[in-house]
Write a protein that binds this ligand. Structure first.
Ligand code: C2E
Ligand code: MG
Ligand code: MG
Ligand code: MG
Length: 283
């Protein structure tokens, strides 16, 4: 019996899965107190309109610094928050902070849209619509300036339900975006039913875009599809000039990516924007 335990222990150690398990347990236990312990930071990344080269929105992206494990990315902690049910408090926190920052920029005469990511589980939160309505009033942000980004795969889990929830959200006056488009296996019939304003092409198709590649064909036809459906199309993950030139040629409406800026703390956005307006590509 003892030998068996030991062997399995060794096996677990070798493939690192007990360490992964321990990390997961630690993060799960500590996540619920991240708000009160001030371990969350919201960063913001500009979304630019291609035609005039203007910044039109900023996307809020959440960061968690764990006291022992350090920086934890949202790709790791968002699934944990969904699993534990903490997601509802987390989303409210993000919405409140994002609108607070947006209100501060607005007071400084920078009128931007603010994009916030919602998870699939947020769609199940029946009180979220009222929360958003009140948060918009609290921070004096016009409803049309809030863009909610939902991933294509989140929307496809239960399309009938998603359609109903999106209509309720739209009733408040906010705008809706399909995030990570191209990775969620939606059919055109399903897509047609979603009351959305924006389609965001997943960065996996956009990074290192080159002429004549499969990705270029996908991106070009996705832009056409979006336009035919009356949607504004944005490409995320724009990292180099060659990709940007192609996106321009394909009539993409908006771009976002490291080429312009990585996500930055809210306090830095005003300064970054002033430098960007003065010298668009040197900010
Ligand atoms: P997303 O909404 O699709 O956000 C885009 C991700 O790509 C962000 O990663 C961003 O930092 C990164 N990115 C931006 N430009 C570039 C680029 O040029 N190249 C590359 N390689 N990456 C770029 P991040 O911040 O790690 O967020 C990952 C995902 O986590 C987000 O994907 C979103 O789905 C989720 N997420 C982030 N913040 C929140 C949040 O507050 N709530 C929820 N529910 N999900 C969030
Ligand atoms: Mg997003
Ligand atoms: Mg995305
Ligand atoms: Mg993503």
């Amino acid at each position: 019996y003892e030998g068996k335990q030991q062997r399995s222990g060794v096996a677990l150690y070798r493939d690192g899965s007990d360490e992964i398990h321990l990390r997961r347990l630690t993060l799960l236990a500590d996540l619920p107190r991240a708000i009160e312990r001030n371990q969350f930071d919201l960063h913001f990344q500009p979304k630019l309109e291609l035609e005039h080269g203007r910044v039109v929105h900023a996307e809020a992206l959440l960061r968690w610094t764990h006291p022992v494990l350090g920086a934890i990315g949202p790709d790791e902690f968002v699934p944990l928050a969904e699993h534990s049910g903490f997601i509802h408090a987390m989303t409210r926190h993000v919405l409140d902070r994002a609108l607070l920052h947006n209100g501060l920029w607005r007071e400084q005469d920078l009128d931007l849209g603010i994009a916030v990511n919602l998870s699939a589980m947020d769609l199940m939160d029946v009180d979220l619509v009222d929360f958003i309505d009140q948060a918009l009033r609290r921070h004096a942000v016009p409803p049309g300036r809030l863009i909610l980004e939902l991933t294509e795969s989140a929307l496809m889990r239960d399309v009938d339900y998603a359609v109903r929830m999106l209509h309720r959200l739209r009733g408040v006056g906010v705008r809706l975006s399909i995030d990570d488009f191209g990775t969620g296996y939606s059919s055109l019939a399903q897509l047609k039913r979603l009351p959305v304003d924006e389609l965001k092409i997943d960065k996996s198709f956009v990074m290192q875009l080159s002429e004549g590649s499969d990705d270029a064909v996908i991106v070009r036809s996705t832009i056409e599809l979006g336009h035919n459906m009356g949607l504004s199309v944005i490409a995320e993950g724009v990292e180099d000039d060659r990709s940007l030139a192609l996106l321009r040629r394909f009539n993409c409406d908006m771009v976002q990516g490291f080429l312009f800026s990585a996500p930055m703390p809210g306090e830095e956005l005003l300064g970054w924007h002033a430098r960007f307006v003065a010298a668009p590509r040197e900010a």
